[in-house]
Design a binder for this molecule. Structure first.
Ligand code: 0A1
Ligand code: ZN
Length: 879
């Protein structure tokens, strides 16, 4: 069944399974229960005696009563017991532990409260709080890690000025970094040394950071728009220093861009970035001391692909931009997470678009949205951009909060126009600087400075689900009038059975089917009714509809455009995104038909691909995107019932036919796109990409020399992009060159963890029949470990994305994933929970597979000692 038959989220009613619930169900936190903090903490001084096995933390808090009440002071402290508690310098013993909180009765309105705790960073496998990575010590406090370091009101609306003193072994930890500016340092007689840092900007505890380690630095400076010189430093292990120039360059570009586009200037004298190998997410925006997963810092041509280079620049920019959208203005509570994340993603997307091809960037964003956010929005874990409740906030660092959140900001920018949007962000930054704000505060600034009414638009924050828009265009040839009928429908999602119509900004243009000329200007239609009709006058020839140009709204368009019209738009539309989109839709329609009927008419796609490749003036990067087939997962998302084998067969068949029919074109491009010595530039990247797409089609055609060609590329490559592309082609083949390349790759990069991740990931994504078995064997490989999140994601995460291999009919993929998640949960619940969603797609599969998936979900939920992270994801996926 095709897209239009799908109802989105379908409540569980067909298959039942008994699920053992944990004896005490984890508490649900609700947005409506928000209360301001009872006590403020304007200042905190932290004194760390750092040691991997036993670190002593003394915290001195100045606390003030917030309003008239007689509540005691409540400090969060996960799993800790205080060694001592003093109030105003005197030891007290009337404190108590309630749950995970330290409760201290206080008589007056202002006190100094001091606690001391002992923690063990080297036993911290969760990578939250203070932990050891590669012999260094570092912190991760967002969202609720600070409570694993010391007792504190660990919530984002308690803002404090931090002073930090660290003492550590001078030889093991020669570098001591924290937030803000360095103020003093010295050495002691016992082989230790110390450093003090002061961050003058009040901040919530989730932005606290320190690093102690043996690190080398790549330094530079940046002069801000008001003429202040900022010292920049990227800190890594000495052997990696040569791989930090790209990140440093991206940082300077970001600083200049934020001044130019948003008028935002950096505010401290130093800005440090530290790269660590063990990290649960991509990076963290701690004030003045960003801590990064090393995969988003380290790059040289031999080890990093073009994709890696782009991702590094984007993440460096993202974390830097948080200094204003996140740090200077933070979130009142975690339900407002998208206030900082959606806005900051939008900012980093625009930054990246300005560095190269904006059209290709937009295509990549939409592909990402469809790969991760749309499935989330139509599945059991769907939630609004501003959620109403959670069990574990770490589970809400999602594509919905980040990427759909960014689309909301983009839509408001579209509705306002650039000048008003800038006025609105200026208002937001000045009005809320130094505070913990809400999504509502942001929207109110948009309304006020933009002079628009966004009352109905706010539904985007509260309603989950991807809106579906049906669009039908009719034309009266005689009267010259064209009528566009639009209707919207937002599918039900968990807890939201009925939805209101939303405001959908749709950019629309009509083209003449005969002449290929535009018949109208581009128009912005704000669809805010369930159904609307738009009339175009003086339409003199049969019009073809170009809609949702630039992907102006994050919706699914259901139109009755014929294969011929889609092919026409793929050749004539003047909006590059719409042109790409028309081709994608044509391919998708063909593949869906092929999946359902077992056969398809490939000719329209072949002709459209040929025409696009022959068209004048299109950049290679765009061509590469335009001629790529939709992924197997995305084809699956169009179907009420996913048949992974039929989808795979249809897609492979279409790939083969395109490969064979256009063999001379692929071979010509493969030759023409070859380049001399490696350079990193938008044009060079595009040529590499198009060449690897051509190689893929040559291999898909079944050409006898394809494996030899790929191995030759693999061996001759002077950069990772070409080498990885060749390996990706070979890894799905049965040719002997496959194992040769895999072995050479492993031998060459045995010492490089980030590149070994690629070795695991590439194999997990293979389309060969034996992939499930290979992945199970790789999980036993000596270099595989669940303790490193990158490695776990490379193998387990990638396997979950491999629709056909993961969904093997005998359930072996499901069992494997569940086994791995149960094991990983004991070490690192956050990372385990992130990898669960493929098991939650059971509603979309046949009864046999659905049963097998549910059995594994039930087994996970019933596991003794399960974390609340994994419990929340697994139990919601079963419902
Ligand atoms: N705020 C970071 C994302 C992040 C969230 C939680 C983390 O803890 C494990 C780490 C990073 C960002 O948006 O980049
Ligand atoms: Zn962020």
């Amino acid at each position: 069944m095709a897209l239009s038959d799908r109802q989105g989220y379908i409540p569980a009613m067909d298959i039942q399974h008994s699920v053992a619930q944990p004896s005490t169900a984890p508490a649900v936190i609700r947005r409506e229960d928000y209360c301001p903090p009872a006590w403020a903490v304007p200042d905190i001084t932290l004194d760390f005696r750092l040691d991997p096995a036993e670190t002593r933390v003394r915290a001195t808090l100045s606390v003030t009563r917030n309003g008239a009440h007689d509540e005691p002071l409540r400090l969060d402290g996960a799993g800790q017991t205080p060694v001592s508690v003093t109030v105003d310098g005197a030891v007290v013993d009337d404190w108590r532990i309630e749950g995970e909180q330290l409760v201290v009765p206080l008589p007056g309105d202002a006190h100094i409260v001091e606690t001391e705790v002992v923690i063990a960073p080297d036993r911290n496998t969760q990578l939250m709080g203070l932990y050891a990575s590669g012999g260094n010590l570092c912190t991760q406090c967002e969202a609720e890690g600070f409570r694993r370091i010391t007792f504190f009101p660990d919530r984002p609306d308690v803002l404090s000025v931090y002073r930090v003193r660290m003492t550590a072994d001078a030889r093991r930890f020669p570098v001591l970094l924290a937030n803000g500016d360095p103020v003093a340092k010295g050495t002691n007689d016992d082989g230790t040394h110390w450093a003090e840092w002061h961050d003058p900007y009040p901040k919530p505890s989730y932005l606290f950071a320190l690093v102690a380690g043996d690190l080398a630095v790549n330094r530079s400076t940046f002069t801000t728009m008001s003429g202040r010189e900022v010292e920049l430093g990227i800190w890594v292990r000495a052997a990696d220093l040569a791989k930090t120039d790209h990140a440093l360059h991206a940082l300077k570009l970001s600083m200049a861009w934020d001044e130019r586009i948003y008028g935002r200037e950096y505010d401290l004298d130093v800005f440090n970035i530290v790269a660590v190998d063990d990290f649960n997410f991509g990076a963290m925006e701690n004030k003045g001391l960003n801590i990064f997963n090393s995969r988003y810092i380290l790059a040289d041509p031999d080890t990093a692909t073009d994709y890696d280079y782009d991702a590094i620049a984007a993440v460096v920019a993202h974390e830097y931009f948080h200094n204003w959208s996140g740090n200077r203005i933070t979130c009142r509570d975690w339900f407002q997470l998208s206030l900082k994340e959606g806005f900051t993603v939008y900012r980093d997307q625009c930054f990246s678009a300005d560095q190269g091809s904006a059209a290709v960037k937009r295509i990549e964003e939409v592909r990402g949205l469809r790969a991760s956010q749309f499935p989330e929005d139509s599945g059991p874990l769907a939630h609004p951009v501003r959620p109403e409740s959670y069990i574990e906030i770490s589970n809400f660092y999602t594509a919905t909060i980040y990427n759909k959140g960014a689309e909301l900001i983009r839509m408001m920018a579209t509705i306002l126009d650039p000048a008003k949007f800038r006025a609105a962000t200026d208002l937001y930054f000045s009005r809320f600087d130094g505070t913990a704000a809400t999504c509502e505060d942001f929207v109110a600034c948009m309304e006020e400075a933009g002079g628009v009414d966004l009352r109905q638009f706010r539904l985007w924050y509260s309603q989950a689900g991807t809106p579906r828009v049906s669009a039908g265009l009719s034309h009266e040839p005689g009267g010259g009038r064209a009528v566009l009928r639009l209707a919207q429908h937002v599918p039900p999602s968990p807890g939201q059975p009925v939805k209101q119509p939303m405001v959908l900004p749709l950019k629309v243009r009509l083209f003449g089917a005969e002449t290929g000329r535009p018949l109208t200007d581009e128009q912005l239609i704000l669809l805010d009714q369930a159904a609307e009709t738009i009339t175009f006058e003086a339409v003199t020839e049969r019009p073809v509809l170009s809609i949702n140009r630039g992907f102006s709204a994050p919706v699914v368009i259901e139109s009755d455009r014929s294969a011929a019209d889609l092919a026409f738009l793929s050749a004539h539309d003047d909006d590059p995104f719409a042109r790409y989109e028309a081709m994608q839709q044509l391919m998708l329609d063909t593949l869906v038909a092929g999946t359902i009927n077992g056969e398809m008419n490939a000719q329209a796609v072949i002709d459209a691909v040929a025409r696009t490749l022959a068209a004048e003036g299109l950049e290679p990067a765009f061509l590469a995107e335009a001629v790529l087939l939709p992924s197997e997962n995305f084809i699956g998302d169009q179907l009420a019932m996913v048949d992974p084998d039929a989808i795979h067969a249809a897609r492979e068949s279409l790939r083969r036919q395109i490969g064979q029919a256009l063999t001379p074109v692929w071979r010509r491009l493969y030759g023409e796109m070859a380049q001399g010595a490696y350079v990193y530039s938008p044009d060079a990247k595009g040529r590499r990409r198009l060449r690897s797409v051509a190689l893929g089609y040559i291999a898909a055609s079944g050409a006898e020399d394809a494996a030899a060609l790929a191995l030759a590329q693999f061996d001759a490559a002077d950069n990772m992009t070409d080498r990885q592309a060749a390996l990706t082609t070979l890894v799905s083949s049965d040719a002997p060159e496959r194992d040769i390349a895999l072995e050479r790759f492993h031998a060459r990069y045995a010492d490089n963890a980030l590149v070994l991740d690629k070795w695991f990931q590439t194999q997990a994504l293979s389309s060969r029949d034996d992939t499930g078995a290979v992945v199970a064997t790789l999980a036993e490989h000596p270099t595989f470990t669940l303790a490193n999140p990158n490695r776990a994601r490379a193998l387990i995460g990638a396997f979950g994305m491999n629709q056909r291999a993961f969904n093997a009919a005998n359930g072996s993929g499901y069992r494997f994933l569940a086994d791995q998640l149960i094991a990983l949960d004991r070490l690192n619940p956050q990372t385990a929970a992130k990898l669960l969603p493929p098991l939650g797609r059971w509603r979309r599969f046949d009864g046999n597979r659905a049963q097998l998936m549910r059995a594994e979900l039930a087994r996970i939920v019933a596991t003794p000692g399960l974390s609340k992270d994994l419990f929340e994801q697994a139990s919601k996926s079963l419902d």
